[in-house]
Design a protein around this ligand. Sequence first.
Ligand code: ZN
Length: 218
Amino acid sequence: MTRGITSLVTTSDGETFANPKNLNKLHKKLRLAQKSLKRKTKGSNNYQKARLKVARIHAKIKDSRLDYTHKLTTQLIRENQTIVVEDLAVKNMVKNHKLARAISDANWGELVRQLEYKAEWYGRQLIKIDRYFPSSKRCSNCGHVVEKLPLNIREWKCPECGTHHDRDINAAINILAAGLAVSVCGATVRPERSKSRKAGAKKQKAPNSDARESRAVS
Ligand SMILES: [Zn+2]
């Protein structure tokens, strides 16, 4: 699975899970409450009231996010024997301000943590892929790696084989293939992988029918 910007999670068979809708509403409320707090005189009663209001909305956002993450991870673990996830450095990504909210909404670190212990509960396999693995820039059809793929590009066409890709689904397919290669031959997934291993990984791609043996979530 891949972590998306537009959706919280995209799987290798193209299923997407959006961020919970009430979060947008709460973020709007939060902005308003923060603005109102700024206008108050520090130390005044109204300032204290406004500060509490901001804190309460923050807590609500946190609860709602966590609640949704639990629903999502339980569903993913129940439905799949093997799950492959990208181990992302969320902190590094949050430095880019435009993406900061989208990514922290996605709550990736918490999502991976929950998948880890739920996989244990349910006897599932969770495989984590090196975060430097070029999952997005690699064409899942022919293996060609494009030089650049800015985060705002959500769809692209492979210059080598002409396949049209949805950014997140393509990445999820790559992550799944890489993860299964790891589980099969104990390989370490690194940016530079040999051609033969790539081919091996492809063959291991999970069938989309067959009750979803394994799925990458990214
Ligand atoms: Zn291609």
